[in-house]
Design a protein around this ligand. Structure first.
Ligand code: ADP
Ligand code: ADP
Length: 236
């Protein structure tokens, strides 16, 4: 699905400005990196897509449809999110954490009781393999896994919905460089092979350069660069 940010502005109730006139269209299937220092507005912009934040001015359209209270329930079945600190349920098993990704389309009691349909159970196993985990990690509690394994679990949970849009908020900020590259490779593959529109915030220029189809650099809530990675001049 295509994401269109239409002249988005955001000012927090305490008067802190977060976004200024951000105008941006991210086509379906693109791996677009939002690059910027902490506080640049990346997280706020991402969160406007799935309604976790509301812009003060302007709006977001997805495939031409405005994101609002009416459209959000249906959109949330198509949008998944990956977080810097993974956002897993620490004491729940790996399997339950991945299955939780299906909550928008599956009754919560199924996740809580472990009574999943066989097809969902197979999907959890397939997804775990795809992100480089195996059966052992299914049964272990999330808190017993390493940071890298936890983020792989976070990705598998996000892939569970086969999301048309995947929002990744600093997904590799807590990982060492080798793991960071692996996780970004998996996100890129989700765009390439499954056609998901992936919008991913990063603060590392080298990683953005190596993986992005397109880099949008934000500084103090404004877009200061928008283009292919090889056209980004480091002096900018
Ligand atoms: P980034 O993701 O690039 O680090 P954020 O979108 O989190 O940036 O933050 C953009 C600006 O908005 C920062 O100045 C931040 O301090 C501020 N901000 C973020 N969340 C809130 C909030 N809930 N209330 C007030 N200010 C906020
Ligand atoms: P992250 O780990 O994603 O970078 P932050 O430290 O930016 O998290 O923000 C943590 C929480 O605090 C978020 O919910 C954010 O909205 C809120 N927040 C960030 N900056 C401010 C601020 N200046 N005033 C109030 N809340 C803020």
């Amino acid at each position: 699905m295509e994401i269109h940010f239409q002249n988005i502005g955001k000012v927090w109730p305490d008067g802190t400005p977060a976004l200024h006139e951000v105008e941006l269209t991210v086509p379906a299937g693109q791996f677009c990196v939002l690059l910027g220092h902490s506080g640049a507005g990346k997280s706020t912009l991402l969160r406007c897509v799935n309604g976790l934040e509301t812009p003060t001015s302007g709006g977001v359209c997805i495939d031409g449809q405005p994101v609002d209270r009416t459209s959000l329930p249906a959109l949330r079945r198509r949008i998944a999110m990956v977080h810097q600190h993974f956002g897993l349920v620490p004491r729940a098993s790996g399997a339950a954490n991945v299955m939780a990704g299906a909550v928008p389309v599956m009754p919560l009691w199924r996740v809580l009781t472990g009574l999943y349909p066989a097809a969902s159970r197979r999907r959890v196993c397939d997804l775990l393999k795809a992100v480089g985990l195996d059966e052992v990690h299914l049964r272990r509690r999330a808190e017993q896994l390493s940071g890298g394994q936890q983020q792989r679990l976070g990705l598998a949970r996000a892939f569970m919905l086969d999301p048309a849009i995947l929002l990744a908020d600093e997904p590799v900020a807590s990982l060492d460089p080798a793991l960071a590259r692996e996780v970004l490779g998996l996100l890129k593959a989700q765009a390439r092979e499954h056609g998901s529109t992936v919008l991913c915030s990063l603060h590392q220029l080298d990683l953005a350069r190596a993986f992005a189809d397109r880099i949008v650099a934000l500084h103090r809530g404004r877009v200061i660069f928008d283009g292919a990675p090889d056209t980004l001049n480091t002096r900018d």
